[in-house]
Design a protein around this ligand. Structure first.
Ligand SMILES: [Fe+2]
Length: 299
């Protein structure tokens, strides 16, 4: 694997301010990433709350992020989705409506939309071209958050559209990696691939060793407190699935066996239907009511 850090605009002298927001219901960590030289910021992987049993959505998590941004006088430029999440719903449209900014995701969202458009038997009115998003990132694309240059690395394997976003010395890995004692995310969703995930993890680990890495999830393995920040050096040395020189063959065997035993995430059915639409609900029925589907014996 070539050293990709040479091809990307890596500048670890730029140190964005990162504020984390933990959602205990889904173990998701959302971030506000702020440019230290201006009031510009980005939101990464926001959460819309759902009581699935009651079919009720709410915005307590998103409102906490909005309040933080407003209280600090920040200007929201981007709402980044690292991928189409299967375990929580995105609040990006809700936050965008209040604060502006562009919603961006990896260009392979079209592959995900095609797959799950079929799973949920969506009609032709469901566009599978990514047009629900403001920006579709390609491998290596750069964009600005204030004076900072951010870039997107395509890191598929967990899903086809997964991107790791790097800003200065901070990398937002989505579900490509977990904390060192958490290992890695599953690779058995449609379009997932354990070997591809291994290669993507190597790509992340080719960033400079001091790069701060921010996780999208943490489950506090072995009873430890929730954590979300580590470094490339720590992951390389200690990650229980890929660190300390584990081979691709080791990883694929382990990951495949482990994934075969995992149940579907509790919120996968509502999450996919909403997140493949950039966080919007399916269109309302004629009487204005909104429904989510449950595909029977499909997932
Ligand atoms: Fe995920």
């Amino acid at each position: 694997m070539k050293d990709l850090s040479n091809d990307y605009p890596v500048d670890t002298s730029v140190k964005p301010e990162v504020e984390a927001f933990f959602d205990p219901d889904t173990n998701t960590i959302s971030y506000v990433v702020k440019d230290p030289t201006s009031n510009a910021c980005a939101v990464i992987d926001s959460v819309m709350d759902i009581d699935y049993a009651a079919g009720r959505i709410s915005y307590g998590s998103a409102d906490r992020m909005i309040k933080y941004i407003e209280d600090n006088g920040l200007k929201l430029e981007w709402l980044i989705e690292t991928h189409v999440h299967a375990d929580h719903l995105s609040a990006a449209p809700y936050i965008q409506q209040k604060l502006g900014g562009k919603i961006g995701i990896g260009e392979n969202i079209t592959v995900v939309q095609d797959t799950f458009g079929k799973v949920f038997n969506e009609g032709t009115e469901f566009q599978r071209d990514g047009s629900q998003f403001d920006k579709l990132f390609q491998e290596g694309d750069t964009y600005k958050i204030g004076n900072m240059t951010a870039f997107a690395m395509h890191t598929p394997g967990h899903t086809p559209a997964c991107m790791t976003h790097v800003v200065g010395d901070a990398g937002f890995v989505g579900d490509t990696l977990f904390m060192p004692d958490g290992g890695s995310a599953r690779a058995d969703f449609p379009g997932g691939d354990a070997g591809v995930l291994y290669d993507s993890i190597q790509k992340v680990l080719s960033l400079p060793e001091e790069t701060r890495l921010f996780m999208c999830h943490d489950y506090g393995p072995n009873g430890r407190d929730i954590q979300w920040e580590t470094t490339v050096a720590e992951e390389k040395e200690h990650n229980i699935h890929v660190g300390g020189g584990k081979t691709k063959e080791d990883f694929v065997k382990f990951r495949t066996e482990r994934d075969a035993q995992l149940a579907m995430p509790r919120l996968i059915i509502p999450s996919l239907q909403v997140n493949m639409r950039a966080g919007e609900m399916p269109p309302a029925e004629e009487d204005g009511k909104v429904f989510l589907k449950v595909p029977v014996n499909t997932l």
